[in-house]
Design a protein around this ligand. Structure first.
Ligand code: GRG
Length: 283
């Protein structure tokens, strides 16, 4: 089994422990759809790059994916982006109903912390508390939720480049950074600031690539409609910088990321492999 299959397998087992009913069905419908599993893969690959076995930590990585899936379910709701398609299928509220989609998101968010706070045989209570703090800060009102609030605020308004960077460093960057920070807490806490810096750069590059794909991406590969940013009159890196400059920005951020990676005593090749697929993706 490759890493994505291992993550999918465990997400299936963990979510199957939920109580039967519509909320479980809706949560599993979104969670088990074909996501790229970037965030759990980032955490597990960072652990491997320190020479650690990924297996004991897979549930913690799945917890991050649950939070990511919750954010996508809620982001797609009519009161937010009102999207019909996600991960190549009807969005959760279209396949079920709005109440079930809200509750499925709530359930996944809560379940993530249930998993994270379960006693772990290889981690101290202090380390686990740090992991809970990192993930709750990254997801909550000082992290992703704040980014979403700002994103909604700027709908139909023109955001400047620095305002856009600020939105995305919270909305997207926090949940891309936290898997790397969590791996660092487990493997080598002294490296935490470097991983924070790498995460923010890679999160920004990921978001710029997302904006680029919304303009030039292939709908059938992406599993969602393109052109939605322009339809929603959203400021994006492409609308503010133009396509070529946006692509240059991705390359600049990627180069800086590589420099930071080479400063760490890890298996560089492993990390570069995943970061490369994240930044230069076409899906
Ligand atoms: C509702 C609190 C709340 C937050 C929503 C993440 C987010 C915040 C909204 C998603 C909107 C969006 C499309 C952002 C662009 C970057 C991004 C997070 C894309 C989706 O992540 P991928 O590409 O998706 O990793 P998969 O499906 O592969 O997991």
């Amino acid at each position: 089994m490759n890493l994505t299959e291992k993550i999918n397998d465990r997400l299936d087992q963990l979510s199957d422990m939920m109580k039967d009913g519509k909320v479980k069905e809706a949560a599993r419908y979104s969670l088990l759809a074909s996501g790229k599993r970037l965030r759990p893969k980032l955490m597990l690959t960072a652990l491997k790059s320190y020479g650690l076995d990924e297996k004991p930590y897979i549930d913690l990585a799945c917890a991050i994916e649950m939070i990511h899936t919750y954010s996508l379910i809620h982001d797609d709701l009519p009161c937010m982006d009102d999207d019909d398609l996600r991960r190549g299928r009807p969005t959760c509220h279209r396949a079920f109903d709005e109440a079930s989609a809200v509750l499925a998101g709530d359930a996944l968010l809560t379940e993530a912390f249930t998993i994270l706070s379960r006693p772990h045989p290889l981690l101290s209570a202090k380390q686990q508390l740090t992991l809970v703090q990192l993930l709750s800060n990254a997801s909550g009102q000082c992290g992703m939720v704040y980014g979403q609030q700002q994103d909604l605020y700027y709908e139909n308004k023109t955001a400047s480049l620095s305002e856009l960077q600020n939105i995305h460093s919270y909305k997207t960057g926090c949940l891309i950074t936290v898997p790397l920070q969590m791996a660092s807490v487990i493997a080598k806490e002294a490296d935490l600031p470097v991983w924070g810096e790498i995460g923010q750069k890679i999160g920004q590059a990921f978001q710029i690539q997302d904006d680029i794909l919304d303009v030039i991406g292939d709908e059938s590969k992406l599993g969602k409609k393109t052109g939605m940013d322009a339809a929603h009159h959203k400021s994006t890196y492409v609308s503010l910088l133009g396509l070529d400059k946006a692509k240059e920005e991705v390359e600049r951020l990627y180069k800086e990321t590589l420099e930071a990676i080479y400063g760490l005593t890890i298996n560089h090749g492993l990390m570069i492999g995943i970061l490369e697929s994240l930044v230069h993706r076409d899906v």
